[in-house]
Design a protein around this ligand. Sequence first.
Ligand SMILES: Cc1ncc(COP(=O)(O)O)c(C=O)c1O
Length: 302
Amino acid sequence: MSNTYWLDGEYIKKEQSNISALTHTLHYGLGAFEGVRCYCSDEGEVNIFRLQDHTNRLLESVKILGLEVSYSFDELVEVQKQVTKKSNLKNAYLRPIVFLGSDRLGLDIVGMDVHVMVVCQEWPSYFGKDAIEKGIDVMVSSYTRAHPNSLMTKSKICGGYVNGILAHDQAKKNGYQEAILMDTTGFVAEGSGQNIFLVKDGVLLTPELTCCLNGITRKTVMQIAKDNDIEIKERLITRDELYTADEIFLCGTAVEIAPVKSVDKTSIGKGTRGEVTNLIQSTYFDCVKGKIEKYNSWLSRV
Ligand SMILES: Cc1ncc(COP(=O)(O)O)c(C=O)c1O
């Protein structure tokens, strides 16, 4: 288990990462984070996947929130590599987070201290190994994804995750593994912490970016699909299209590519991982492990 964190310019031991009880972000949720994974190649090299893209999105999230961090893009990239290196982990999950300090409580954040922390830890398969092959059962949530004017979807805002956690928890309590949230107009948005793709008649469908996070795995999936001559359409998707899809999968850094075998107990396609999902999933795993030369520019050596 990793023991070295980075907090505001210092490498510290996990035990030293005590945060004040008055930490503003703890109380109000205004902060932003990223989820990044590194993978070990067959040759034993550790590479962080799309580190630049994640760092860029972190800085964009921070900008959207009107905050400023005192570290440059290059410094943040380097710190994430160093924390990974010091963790001695080969396959791991990195969590850079920007949060407000404990200057004061209240909703006036002007001039408050902005902190940055990077943590690296193990996080094996999100839904379990079986799910990668056999798929997961999901439900359409009664919780709605927040309107972009409530919680801006281009930003991975800490507090925004309350919405996803409630949906995920509801799904678990009802015997499902994951939830799919609709947007405020009733169209399919995304999973609690994943983007969604449907396959219908050989075409890959995914919601436009108005109601969901601009996922880095989503972008990766779209590039893989393009390189395999699979047509992609970004458009409004209705709930009933979920039930009649040939294939569905969720994707994200944490869950990687997770096939969906049923929605609201309606079997999707043959109720197993479909052909297109299989192709995208296996290519994705080869790509993150550095097995596909043309995608190696997405890897940052630790
Ligand atoms: C709400 C939400 N949508 C989508 C994603 C997938 O994004 P990414 O592929 O960049 O991890 C995530 C994960 O971070 C998420 O939290």
